[in-house]
Ligand binder design. Structure first.
Ligand code: SF4
Ligand code: MG
Length: 324
């Protein structure tokens, strides 16, 4: 594929509200250019909200209530109108969970990709058709000329997801945001898509934010991992440190579930942490305190803020010592 150089992404004290409900509070993190950060957490953790806010595609009723998202030189959260429409896809492209919903069922797939090239870079029809064919080949579609002429309904789920990735890449995004794009696919197709994204990420130097609840996907794809709980960032570090030296009690519980659930299959990570995930908004103090095995007196009343607990490693927990 043509070189698509990813940009550094900075999320700074970002908060998002759905009416009175704060889905994301004061989250800060940086994704270095050309790397993949996995966002992990249970449903209700705020990980999809962070992804939607970073792509500036929050649904009606949701609003960024504070902070900023910057991709390269572009402060996405400051854009409105035409500049915002242009940034969607090009600055930050979003891969949805359900590929079928993102494709137009009555337009041939080659044309859907070609249109991006025509609109984005003013390619001629012939150039755009050739770029679309190339795009299909780049995402591992074996017979791109034939597939380009098909309608989305004629493709398998895995092929549709490849087409969606080809469309996302046609925008030459500085940031690719993927919200569990493989969960609807069967396990072998899922593995193929993960391998494809890894390859494209390395070839194109894409910056990727990948939302998942599956720790095996984290292990496969991520350079860094951000763990969210109750709308807050609770731990952030590189992937090796996460698996070998997670410090936050919630992350430790996630990893224990993952390791004990491995034999039972990859689709049931987080289900065995006792207590309910926060659904009605976090309680006072540490959002994890109702479920935390290590909670003490102040955990119910004082909010822990992310602090440095090691090299390239922050965590938000009262019980952890801050390191210089
Ligand atoms: Fe547990 Fe307290 Fe740490 Fe929260 S601050 S994770 S409740 S020990
Ligand atoms: Mg979600």
């Amino acid at each position: 594929p043509a070189a698509t150089l990813g940009s550094e992404v900075t999320v700074d004290r970002l908060s998002v509200n759905y009416g009175d409900f704060t889905a994301l509070r004061d989250v800060s993190l940086t994704v270095p250019a050309g790397t993949t950060t996995a966002l992990v957490g249970e449903s209700g953790s705020g990980k999809s909200t962070l992804a939607l806010a970073a792509g500036r595609i929050l649904p009606p009723g949701a609003a960024i209530s504070g902070g900023s998202v910057t991709v390269g030189d572009t402060e996405l959260t400051a854009l409105t109108g035409k500049a915002l429409r242009e940034a969607r896809g090009h600055t930050a492209a979003y891969l949805a969970q359900d590929a079928s919903a993102a494709l137009n069922p009555v337009i041939r797939v080659g044309k859907q990709i070609a249109e991006v090239h025509q609109v984005r870079c003013g390619a001629s029809r012939a150039e755009a058709a050739e770029l679309a064919r190339q795009g299909l080949a780049d995402v591992g579609i074996p017979d791109p000329d034939r597939v380009a002429r098909l309608y989305p309904g004629a493709l398998s789920g895995g092929m549709r997801q490849r087409v969606i990735i080809a469309i996302a890449l046609a925008f030459r995004p500085q940031l690719l945001i993927a919200d569990e794009p493989t969960t609807a696919l069967d396990v072998t197709v899922q593995a193929d898509i993960l391998a494809l994204v890894s390859r494209l990420q390395q070839q194109c130097g894409l910056t990727v934010i990948w939302i998942t609840h599956d720790m095996s996907v984290v292990a496969e794809l991520a350079d860094h991992v951000a763990v969210l709980y109750g709308g807050r960032l609770v731990e952030h570090t590189d992937v090796l440190t996460l698996f070998e030296g997670a410090r936050h009690p919630y992350t430790q519980a996630l990893l224990t579930c993952f390791q004990s659930g491995r034999t039972a299959g990859p689709k049931q990570p987080f289900t065995t942490i006792s207590g309910s995930p926060p659904v009605a908004g976090p309680p006072g103090g540490c959002p994890f305190h109702p479920r935390c095995p290590q909670a003490d007196g102040r955990c119910g009343t004082e909010l822990p803020v992310p602090r440095r607990v090691g090299h390239d490693h922050t965590a938000a927990c009262h019980r952890l010592e801050e390191t210089p």
